[in-house]
Design a protein around this ligand. Structure first.
Ligand SMILES: [Zn+2]
Ligand SMILES: [Zn+2]
Ligand SMILES: [Zn+2]
Length: 348
């Protein structure tokens, strides 16, 4: 029998219809990203040595010791060549007429170059590179916090053309925007209500529940981070990464937590590739709004959605998702893959 599950953290409903008979292994992607040929490498604006082909950098991370002649930057952040929003304009609300209004498109739209190496992915990046990437996210959150016109900073990553990536070089994006995104506003509302009722952070409770849940939806944990398949997963292989300690701003992480977050991203990338080849995916970081960084009721988290199925008429028309693979099965399959490659650090 199918189940209709509600996500405790949002107003999302999911119909879990597992009798349709799909197994986790039925979703193997047909290698989303082909091996790059020389021509592609030659015209990649994000590769090391091609800095003049990209818009100006707003941030670069260099190895200790500075910009030696033979040295390579570790990560770099450039303005998006085709920005959806621009920082230089005046924020104001204007009227089309007495019914329609708009805000001027003020904001930030940045491309974060994850690595100088074209073929790097979450699954094969060295730990040090993943740490640098997470530190770069932290730096950009700190930067945008100072722009008082902005309400929200969203860091995300599109991998593979099916997930909306137009460049194959490993990169993330950041959009700073003067409104709070509705999906986050919904999570904030639910979390606030839960806190008023239970006097506890909804996400802290969620992690505690997942850590002892049977059957388990846990995929991986280390000292400070937990990775699990959410109870009301909208899509097959949807995942969450959350800090075990209560924290509503990403940039609150300690160095140890940054290291653990980087490890969690790497392990997740590897286990997804092992099971699904190289699935296209979207990764989104949800944090507290800029003006309220230290919320007791909201808890930052990373949402990962492999793009293996497409929302169709039912999803668009109802806002309800049909998922044919139980998150419990997904977690088990990913866990088994991790166990085979590294016996320690695995959630039981
Ligand atoms: Zn490249
Ligand atoms: Zn919490
Ligand atoms: Zn979220």
């Amino acid at each position: 029998m199918s189940q209709i599950r509600k996500d405790p953290a949002s107003r999302t409903w999911v119909v879990l219809a597992t009798e349709r008979g799909k197994r986790p292994s039925d979703f193997k992607a047909s290698a989303a990203v082909a091996k790059p040929d020389q021509a592609e490498l030659d015209r990649c604006p994000l590769c090391f040595g091609h800095e003049d082909m990209a818009p100006p950098a707003v941030f670069e991370m260099w190895p200790a010791g500075g910009r030696g002649r033979k040295m390579t930057w570790i990560t770099r952040v450039v303005e998006n060549k085709y920005p959806a929003l621009r920082p230089g304009e005046l924020l104001s609300q204007e009227d089309v007429n007495e019914f329609f209004h708009f805000l001027t498109g003020v904001g930030g739209h940045e491309v974060i170059v994850d690595s100088p190496k074209h073929t790097d992915r979450l699954a094969n990046m060295p730990h040090g590179q993943l740490v640098a990437l997470v530190k770069t996210y932290v730096q950009r959150y700190r930067f945008w916090r100072n722009d008082k016109r902005m309400a929200y900073t969203l860091v995300f990553k599109n991998y593979g053309p099916e997930a909306g990536a137009s460049l194959s070089h490993p990169h993330s994006q950041l959009v700073a925007i003067p409104i709070i995104p509705p999906r986050v506003a919904e999570e904030l509302d639910e979390a606030k209500e839960f806190y008023a009722r239970e006097n506890e952070c909804l996400y802290c409770r969620m992690i505690a529940t997942e850590l002892k849940g049977k059957p388990s939806r846990m995929v991986f944990e280390n000292d400070t981070m937990a990775v699990f398949a959410p109870y009301a997963s909208r899509f097959p292989f949807e995942l969450r990464v959350m800090p075990k300690r209560h924290m509503s701003a990403f940039e609150e992480m300690s160095d140890a937590e940054i290291g653990d977050c980087a490890q969690a991203l790497g392990v997740m990338g590897k286990s997804m590739e092992k099971l699904l080849s190289r699935p296209p995916y979207n990764l989104m970081i949800h944090v507290a709004p800029i003006r309220t960084p230290g919320l007791l009721y909201y808890h930052w988290h990373i949402e990962i959605i492999p793009r293996l199925t497409l929302p169709a008429g039912f999803e668009w028309g109802s806002g309800i998702y049909i998922n044919t693979v139980a998150p419990e099965e997904v977690a088990k399959a990913l866990r088994d893959g991790i166990k085979r490659s590294r016996p320690s650090n695995v959630a039981r």
